[in-house]
Design a binder for this molecule. Structure first.
Ligand code: HPA
Length: 239
């Protein structure tokens, strides 16, 4: 039996060492493939269980991986746990989309999730005598903010709301907005919990794909692709 007895896992059929120290995580497996094929040199497929594409290649000479997280906290909870705890991954940078309820954020702008509020129960497993605040790694956050400045994109740093519901009967996003929360997505809180528990680093970078305040701001798929490209560049620069 190998020293790394937990790999492969039920969800990742890669060998130990197949992943780089830093993994970029979009939600969508096809986006992971797109990033690997368009931004990485010599990408190699290292996982394809359930069609969750994982690739490792190089960017400007540095080894970097990209693998999808799927949607929601249970899904990113599984993949990020296995990467951090079984594959020796040190940094996970989620690159996702989010809805925004902040007046200064429009479709295509970027949110750097400094903290992640949630209606989910992921942190209950730690049996803490209070409320845990899932936060980003400061070093990754600071470097992402600098990369946003350099790219000239409009961005904000602050709290995001990781919701367990996309279709939310209570439309609870607006209640989080009154606390200055910038936007809503579905993964960051679990990712930040796993990083904290494993003593590793994580950051979530989100492109605003829809605005609760400016619903008329529709974009074409092509325009959206360009804004995602800006976010990918930022993530790759800090990887
Ligand atoms: N809700 C939850 N997740 C999202 C949204 C949303 O409105 N937009 C993009 N990801």
């Amino acid at each position: 039996m190998s020293e790394h007895k937990n790999v492969p896992t039920p969800h990742i059929n890669a060998k130990y060492g197949d992943f780089a120290e830093t993994v970029l995580m979009p939600g969508d497996p096809l986006r992971a493939k797109f990033i690997a094929e368009n931004f990485l040199e010599n990408p190699v497929l290292v996982n394809n269980v359930r069609g969750v594409n994982g690739f490792t290649g190089t960017y400007k000479g540095k080894r970097v991986s990209v693998m999808a997280s799927g949607m929601g906290q249970p899904s990113i909870g599984i993949y990020s746990y296995e990467l951090f705890n079984f594959y020796g991954v040190e940094n996970i940078i989620r690159i996702g989309s989010c809805g925004s309820f902040h007046k200064d954020l429009h479709v295509r702008d970027i949110i750097l999730a400094q903290g992640a509020c949630t209606n989910g129960s992921y942190a209950n497993q730690y049996n803490l005598p209070g409320t845990f605040c899932p936060i980003a790694d400061f070093d990754l956050l600071q470097r992402a903010a600098r990369a946003c400045e350099k790219e000239g994109v409009n961005y904000k740093v602050g709290n995001i709301f990781s919701s367990d519901m996309f279709y939310d009967d209570a439309n609870s996003g607006m209640q989080w907005a009154k606390m200055g929360v910038l936007g809503v997505e579905m993964e960051s809180a679990a990712l930040y919990c796993n990083a904290a528990r494993a003593g590793k680093k994580a950051l979530c970078i989100c492109t605003v794909s829809d605005s609760f305040l400016y619903p008329e701001e529709n974009t074409t798929a092509e325009e959206r692709q360009n804004s995602f490209t800006a976010m990918m560049k930022i993530a790759l620069e800090i990887a």
